[in-house]
Design a protein around this ligand. Structure first.
Ligand SMILES: Nc1ncnc2c1ncn2[C@@H]1O[C@H](COP(=O)(O)OP(=O)(O)OP(=O)(O)O)[C@@H](O)[C@H]1O
Length: 245
């Protein structure tokens, strides 16, 4: 049976006086890939922020089964393009959560950094400047940075957006492999194919959870990807705990 990594109950959250997420009750399975799907502005990034602990719910609760601090991989590098920084330095920043930025890296830190770069296929790019990388290479370097935190929960904001099919496929395979190794992966995506590859989906619309369940049940159409058709099959669970028919 699949264990639950995260349980959200009645989560309401937003920015200042603006509420973005309303009454989100959902679960995220452990050691699986979960896709957050929905139109632009539906609240996917905001929900990632809540799961990462960057945004506190104004109502409701988020329970995480694991003990490690979540690792959030943002959509874009939070590093100014003009700042000289190698791929190795960027990945090493993932260790700051453990050591603080002021302490020298230990042998263990260096081994973790090397392993994470190897895992996502950027080891040969280690001395290159981040600003010199292609979009796909840069995304993989950011994923390596997230992995270097060694968290049980990896959150990614559109990790494959704007990449060609091969680069997307490579990133989705990396996420699959991580889940296979026991990491709980949650990523926001607009891409129906990426959603189809996930084990579980949370479908948001206007800040509310429309439905959650396996991607096959989402019946994603290429032309209207996040349209909820009348023929939706019965297994998808609605946010009120009922089932579509
Ligand atoms: N820092 C912020 N301050 C105020 N409002 C914000 C902030 N960030 C996002 N919002 C608002 O919250 C709503 C949800 O945005 P969010 O980025 O979570 O959606 P999204 O589904 O990730 O969108 P996209 O697919 O375009 O990335 C939007 O109306 C947006 O304008």
């Amino acid at each position: 049976m699949t264990e639950t990594a995260i349980t959200m109950r009645g989560v309401r959250a937003g920015y200042g006086a603006t509420t973005v997420l309303h009454d989100i009750t959902a679960t995220v399975p452990r050691a699986r890939v979960t896709a957050l799907v929905g139109h632009n502005g539906s609240g996917k990034s905001t929900l990632l922020g809540v799961l990462a602990g960057c945004l506190s719910p104004s109502e409701g609760s988020v329970e995480q089964a694991g003990t490690s601090r979540p690792s959030l991989v943002p959509q874009h590098a939070q590093i100014p393009a003009a700042l000289p920084m190698s791929v190795r330095d960027a990945v090493a920043m993932g260790r700051w959560a453990h050591r603080g930025w002021w302490k020298p890296l230990t042998r263990h830190d260096k081994a973790v950094i090397a392993e994470c770069m190897e895992r996502v296929g950027v080891a040969d790019l280690a001395p290159r400047q981040l600003r010199e990388l292609s979009g796909g290479q840069c995304r993989r370097a950011l994923i390596a940075q997230g992995l270097a935190q060694r968290s049980e929960l990896l959150l990614l904001d559109e990790p494959a957006a704007g990449l060609d099919q091969d680069a997307q496929e490579r990133i989705m395979s990396i996420l699959d492999g991580l889940a296979g190794d026991g990491v709980t992966v949650v990523h926001a995506t607009h891409d129906p194919h990426a959603a189809q590859r996930a084990h579980h989906c949370l479908h948001l619309a206007d800040g509310r959870l429309l439905r959650q369940g396996p991607p096959d049940d989402l019946r994603v159409s290429r032309h209207r990807p996040w349209h909820v058709g009348r023929k939706s099959p019965g297994r998808l669970q609605r946010n009120d705990g009922g089932h579509d028919s």
